[in-house]
Ligand binder design. Structure first.
Ligand code: MF3
Ligand code: CO
Length: 294
């Protein structure tokens, strides 16, 4: 097999844990993957494909992840500090039996990323950052439950936001929807990337290149890297069971970023323009995709 991983006998139980015989379960799909790999296509190893059991676990994790963001949506307003939002997220997650995935991840000090206006991503919650009328802020929240990871983020407009900021937030959300519409089994990841990029650039905004989405499920960040610029037909083949995020960072101005904050984390637009991001997590299914968190 193309990935050098285990292949059961045709009458043995399938590797996916369904309990069905291999020949009645994943055998046909595995043959297809092998054919594509032999034909020179980029095919992810089967170890990254999520089993039905994995999906159940990820959904339980995602239920907390979505609940956290709903809680934020109900309570966020001008005058709140990002440190307070961090506390909400920490407490809600722990009260529901989860662990905030960001906390201590590669030394990250808080439970969520709060990225205001020109902050592209990885804004660190602080007592000093008070949300003001007119701000746009991304709340990027990741959750672990029983070893399963979920990850999503939303934009919030605080009070009266300028038309241009609102347009940036809306176009970024539409670009995620355009990307989702391109997610189908046996399509390519580049089809999705191209759809996002086209939507963003048609609105005269720009996609950040350096950061992207990722596979997710049993780890926080799994292969593949999910970029949001590209051409149709490029990149890995989309296969039922692949689980990944779509999370374009979109700058109102130039796509360049700076990473020189002394805290070692916070990423800003190079030209000081605003930046927005929405993140969803999905699994590729037999006939399209299923959203897991958003
Ligand atoms: N939540 C981010 C993502 O979408 C990762 C944040 S890592 C952290 O992949 F350490 F900054 F929290
Ligand atoms: Co993510």
């Amino acid at each position: 097999m193309y990935d050098n991983d285990y292949v059961p006998g045709r009458n043995d139980p399938c590797w996916c844990g369904s309990g069905k015989k291999y020949k009645k379960c994943h055998a046909r799909m595995d043959e297809q993957l092998d054919r594509l790999a032999t034909a020179g296509e980029e095919v992810m190893p089967r170890g990254l494909l999520k089993t039905a059991e994995d999906i159940k676990g990820i959904k339980r994790s995602a239920a907390i992840n979505v609940g956290v963001l709903d809680y934020v949506a109900e309570n966020i307003r001008a005058g709140v500090t990002t440190a307070q939002i961090d506390q909400w997220i920490h407490d809600y997650t722990v009260d529901h039996g989860g662990i905030p995935a960001d906390l201590n991840y590669e030394g990250y000090p808080k439970s969520v990323c709060t990225s205001i206006n020109d902050v592209v991503c990885h804004g660190i919650p602080s007592d000093d950052d008070v949300l003001r009328d007119g701000d746009i802020v991304n709340i990027d929240c990741s959750t672990i439950l029983d070893g399963y990871f979920s990850d999503s983020s939303r934009m919030f407009c605080i009070g009266e936001v300028s038309d241009e900021r609102r347009r940036l937030v809306e176009v970024t959300r539409e670009s995620v929807q355009a990307g989702l519409a391109a997610v189908k089994p046996w399509a390519h990841l580049g089809d999705m990337s191209h759809a996002v990029q086209s939507c963003v650039e048609a609105a005269s905004f720009n996609v950040v290149r350096e950061f992207g989405g990722h596979g997710i499920g049993l780890e926080f960040h799994e292969d593949p890297f999910v970029g949001f610029v590209g051409e149709p037909g490029e990149g890995p083949v989309l296969v039922p069971g692949m689980c990944f995020t779509i999370e374009p960072m979109v700058n109102a101005g130039a796509p360049q970023i700076t990473m020189n904050d002394p805290n070692g984390w916070t990423v800003r637009t190079a030209d000081g323009s605003d930046s927005a991001q929405w993140e969803v997590q999905l699994v590729v299914t037999e006939d399209g995709y299923e959203l897991l968190s958003w």
